[in-house]
Design a protein around this ligand. Sequence first.
Ligand code: SF4
Ligand code: SF4
Length: 393
Amino acid sequence: MATVIFHPAEYGYGTLRTTISGLLTRIGSLRIEPGAKILIKPNFLAPAKPERAMTTHPLVVRAVVEYVLQRGAVPLVADSPGMGTFERLLREGGYSEALNGLDVELRPFRESIQVDIGEPFGRIAIAREAVEADAVINLPKLKTHAMMMLTLGVKNLFGCVVGLTKVQWHMRSGVNRHLFARLLVQICRVVHPTVTLMDGVLGMEGQGPGRSGTPRRLGLLVAGASAPAVDMAVCRLLQVPADDLPTHRAAAELGLAPRDVAISGDFKPVMDFKLPVLGPLTFGPGLIQPFIRKHFVQRPVVEAGKCRMCGECWRHCPAKAIAPHASVIVFDYDRCIRCYCCVEMCPHGALAAVETGPGKALRRLCASRDRIVQRTRRKRAHCRDGRRIDFEG
Ligand code: SF4
Ligand code: SF4
């Protein structure tokens, strides 16, 4: 059974470095030979200060770089940020300062190679540095995600798909959350991180993973040799059934998710973690799906007072469903595939995924129907003489 370790942590560097060194050693999957090329893959979503909780904390990255350097290996810290320049990301995110003086290269992925990740996707372009490294250390941030519920260990590796290719893959898997989850899992399988160390010291809840999310202090690092196992353990931490996490379901179907995880360390369930509202991206018979999507599925909405017309959203929209119009942006909800990339990218927190009126009414209707069904089942579960009958159904 895969083991996942939970360890309390803060961002004070002395203790953090000792904790991370201990965790990486204890996990045991990372055997670093002198001279080995080690890719360190943080979550570098966008330029943002560490207190926004959008990116892996710079001191977590520093502690891992030091661990690699102490073993005589060659670390490379790289990612393919969704927006902004890499220089700005390093400056604003505190990485330039945190890694100052260490013998480490920090840069965006430069080159892709075609790798067969399996059906139904076939060959896709993945960062050469990720495929050719002797070991990959995966450093996700514990955050919510408006489309995929949570962005954890498996999802973090989507950053190994470089630049605009990411946008194309969003478009191709589009409204199909399950297909997108499969894509993420199959990328994870190919990149095959040796260890996943998740920064949950300051995580994010609500409408993540960008500025619309709310930082949430959890005071934890989570580590394991298997990214799907770490994700499964985090679901347990947050009291989310693992099957509700699309990447876990996809990993289970592909035989990559463990049946169970052995949890070690300081594990205290978080009872009140706020997840995003995760409506279907579309549903119903094929012919009426565009109608359903337009009127019932939650959609990106702009808060005009916050929008600065910077253009990040329309530049990154894979469906070309956003256009500037005078001093506002306008969505074409017929084209929008509900990938929520725009919500993720907006540097000013002006976008949110919002339920439509009919969608909310339908959700409430379904919830009250479920409550009635459950009540009826509970009543049936007691026979007349008061004996309890287990009801399956
Ligand atoms: S919604 Fe956000 S990303 Fe789009 S133009 Fe406005 S500020 Fe920029
Ligand atoms: S408008 Fe936003 S949610 Fe819709 S397709 Fe474009 S990026 Fe995705």
